[in-house]
Design a protein around this ligand. Structure first.
Ligand code: NDP
Length: 419
């Protein structure tokens, strides 16, 4: 029995909240706390009549540590599940430390203002030192390790699908199938069609920043960076079919490189259709992806935030998206002296997700692992003082929970490998 505070009430949070409410034996009480109270109240109104979990709501601006700390102290949850935006990771981690509760999120910290000179100085030094230029990395949150250890608190970082489940697939492969993993290819395929010429499946600002950045992968102990979208492969995905996919930088590579001993290469690929890429390139070329404020008619606006207001709300894509996602990892390595390869993946159907929780599969495949991560922390199975990613705990209870809570996985021996 536990009490969980969930921050944010967007696409991913809505799924996680549905799932907590299906899991009332673990989540006796939840608080939905977000910037727009009406969204929290609407979800409460829908779910309270059909769940034993007691739901309360609150308005909070999670950018403000004191305001959030006060709310956490007054509600006294066992843990806080951060499903706001990566911009709030550090303020929420600070508030959890101040209030003495465990912390869980699904994506690593990103600065909202990438022109802030103080942030920029640290970022540029890191680019040189580590060799990749993505705006997000683990250093900011790993820096909390000692403080969480001293406070006897757990911070579980990145328990979505990727990162999250993909890293659990890696520790599961390591535990049960390999003596040594040599290569990991993470393949994220969305075969869904929402019928719009252009829309993003989750927060447009976060999504477009990720996709328009240079790609990078880990090889022989260092990062190799490439121009955006410059490595393309094709793969035939179970449940979806043949798709083009592109190499991107992705945060779990950083954690897996640290936590999977002997790994020689880790790459991340995501599928994109030509129409998506053409739209994105055009928006980028005209400056619409910029995060730098401009003056327009006497008002300061951030182009990518203005673009967000024009694009379909990701939460509205649910009813119209058909098709499936297939996300997983291909491993190669050695077992009992012999070479071996293995593919662990999940196939998720957009319409089935919608029927169950009124969301498309991208929010579903993130919201379910968010609930599972929170469940393992509050139940004590994944609780230890410090700051951890999902590859640093016993993968078995997480893998069991995926099967039980709607994301069943498949293990395939000798899969087709990515060249
Ligand atoms: P949304 O934009 O749909 O939702 C974000 C929510 O956070 C909104 O309810 C928003 O409030 C709220 N919020 C934003 N700022 C604040 C603030 N300062 N204080 C309080 N609440 C705030 O995003 P998604 O649901 O698509 O994404 C949620 C998280 O999940 C992101 O961090 C994203 O990066 C991550 N993610 C992780 C994936 C993975 O596989 N690991 C995959 C997909 C997403 P309001 O309603 O007022 O806008």
């Amino acid at each position: 029995m536990s009490k969980l505070m969930i921050i944010g009430c967007g696409g991913v949070a809505s799924v996680a909240i549905h799932k907590c409410c299906q899991n009332s034996d673990v989540f006796e009480e939840i608080m939905i706390a977000s910037r727009t109270l009406s969204k929290c109240d609407a979800l409460k109104e829908k779910l309270q009549p059909v769940t034993k979990t007691k739901i309360t709501t609150a308005r909070v601006d999670a950018d403000h540590v004191e305001e959030l700390t006060e709310l956490i102290r007054s509600y006294q949850p066992d843990a806080v599940l951060n499903l706001a935006l990566p911009y709030q990771d550090l303020t929420i981690m600070d508030a959890c430390l101040a209030a003495g509760v465990h912390y869980i999120d699904t994506a690593n910290y990103e600065a909202e203002d990438t022109n802030d000179p103080q942030w920029r100085g640290i970022y540029e030094e890191r680019c040189k030192r580590l060799g990749f230029s993505a705006y997000f990395d683990y250093s900011w949150q790993w820096a909390y390790k000692e403080r969480y250890e001293k406070a006897g608190l757990t911070a579980l970082l990145g328990t979505g699908f990727d990162p999250g489940v993909t890293s659990v697939f890696a520790s599961y492969a390591q535990k049960h199938y390999f003596d040594e993993i040599h290569t990991i290819d993470i393949l994220d395929c969305n075969g869904g069609d929402h019928g719009y010429p252009f829309a993003t499946n989750f927060n447009p600002e976060i999504n477009l920043r990720e996709v328009s950045a240079p790609g990078s992968y880990w090889e022989n102990g260092k990062w190799v960076e490439i121009p955006p979208m410059s490595i393309k492969r094709e793969y035939n995905f179970e449940g979806v079919g043949q798709k083009d996919m592109y190499l991107l930088h992705h945060e779990e590579i950083e954690a897996l490189a640290k936590n999977i001993p002997g790994v020689k290469r880790i790459r991340f690929f995501m599928t994109f259709g030509q129409s998506y890429l053409t739209h994105m390139k055009c928006l980028e070329n005209v400056g619409m992806l910029s995060t730098t404020p401009i003056e327009f008619n006497g008002q300061s606006i951030v182009p990518i935030q203005f673009l967000k207001s024009l694009l379909p709300d990701p939460a509205s894509l649910g009813p119209r998206t058909v098709g499936k996602t297939n996300i997983g990892c291909i491993f190669t390595g050695i077992k009992d002296g012999k070479e071996k390869s293995l593919y662990i993946y999940n196939v998720c159907d957009h319409q089935e997700c919608y029927r169950e929780v009124e969301s498309q599969a991208i929010s579903y495949t993130t919201g379910v692992p968010a609930m599972i991560g929170a469940m393992l922390v509050v139940s004590g199975l994944w609780k230890k003082p410090g700051v951890f990613t999902t590859d640093e705990f016993d993968p078995d209870p997480y893998m069991e929970a995926l099967n039980r809570w709607g994301l069943p996985w498949v293990v395939e021996e000798n899969p087709v490998l990515v060249e």
